[in-house]
Design a binder for this molecule. Structure first.
Ligand code: SF4
Length: 341
């Protein structure tokens, strides 16, 4: 193929090779927003059924704004990173309240919407409204760092601006096609490890390929290891029901339901009263949890001993059917999968 330029070669490839995805069939900014939010930290195959269910239940900004947060979180259950759903919900409410439900069409207005960062704003404006705006995420930085052999740390704001500039400088054709082509190239060809350079439509312009060191890019400064926190997770059981509590409004897994997390030092004492389960690990962005779950029967016999350990008055016990309907953090779902067998 005759190499025209980075932008036009990329677009040409995308129009022939793009994968079918439900959100690629719409220009509705709300639905593109939903898909972009779900796709953060989550694989396409996982997202598709969630996206379809979500858009069926909440087909418009107004429909989502009318819903209770609890229902939104329940529909999000299993996707993780629930803060995304909360912000989406806050965002649509703001659009209904302040813009009469009209999705904003400028970067300045979009920046006011909770949870929409530079990347999501760029993706929505370019895909839904075909505006020439860059949408730069880790995938796009990787491609551009390799194409132009940029050895700046991709974590810095300065290099993010540099990548945005490069994306715009090389933008050709429809912004909607070009930005999606970059995303698709990063997902299918210019992958973090072992990029498929022999199949790459922009190999002829790629400096890292010419240098023979594609995996030297992008350059990332070493990140600090996430701190590990260890908790005893109390799985309190009364008959066939389990005690769950709603987590605080702030902090990890905010507003979701889960088992009480107690100090690690109580593990032995609780094991003496009940049955330990397999430990569960869960990784957040800056933290790691190791949960040591123990199932304890809440009976008259050990009520007093439990009261001496716990600082709670357990009142809300849920049957397994009801638990399935609650918005529950993924860390706790890993425990539930051990008791619901
Ligand atoms: S040639 Fe290789 S490293 Fe360069 S953009 Fe294509 S896949 Fe990425």
């Amino acid at each position: 193929m005759f190499a025209l330029s980075f932008g036009s070669d990329l677009n040409h490839w995308f129009l022939q090779h793009q994968r079918e995805m439900p959100w690629r069939k719409t220009k509705d900014p709300y639905k593109i927003w939903v898909s972009e939010v779900m796709l953060q930290q989550t694989q396409v195959d996982t997202v598709i059924p969630y996206y379809l269910r979500f858009c069926e239940r909440f087909p418009t900004i107004e429909a989502l704004a009318r819903a209770e947060l609890e229902e939104v979180l329940a529909l999000w259950k299993g996707l993780g990173y629930y803060r995304r759903a909360e912000n989406l919900h806050k965002g649509v409410k703001k659009i209904v309240r302040e813009l009469h439900g009209r999705f904003p069409t400028s970067l300045k207005e979009i920046a006011q919407i909770p949870g929409i960062g530079d990347y999501t704003a760029g993706a929505i404006l370019s895909i839904a409204f075909n505006q020439p705006v860059a949408a730069v995420d880790g995938n796009v930085m990787r491609i551009m760092a390799r194409q132009f052999a940029i050895d700046e740390d991709i974590g810095s704001t300065k290099s993010k601006r540099l990548f945005e500039r490069l994306v715009l400088e090389h933008m050709e054709g429809e912004p909607s096609v070009y930005n999606q082509a970059l995303m698709e190239l990063g997902a299918l060809i210019c992958t973090p490890r072992s990029p498929k350079c022999s199949e790459c439509p922009v190999q002829s312009t790629c400096k890292a390929y010419a240098q023979g060191n594609t995996e030297a890019y992008p350059v990332k400064a070493r990140k600090e290891k996430p701190v590990e926190e260890v908790y005893t997770a109390l799985v309190l059981k009364r008959g066939e029901a389990y005690y769950l509590e709603k987590r605080p409004e702030n902090g990890l897994l905010a507003n979701l339901w889960g088992f009480p997390l107690l100090d690690e030092s109580l593990y032995e004492r609780l094991c003496a009263l009940g049955q330990p389960l397999n430990p569960v690990r869960h990784v957040f962005t800056h933290k790691r949890w190791r949960l040591l779950p123990v199932v304890v029967e809440y009976t008259g016999k050990n009520e007093e001993r439990l009261r001496a350990i716990l600082n709670i008055e357990p009142v809300k016990f849920f049957a397994m059917d009801d638990i399935q309907r609650l918005p529950i953090g993924t860390a706790f779902l890993k425990i539930i999968s051990q008791i619901d067998r």
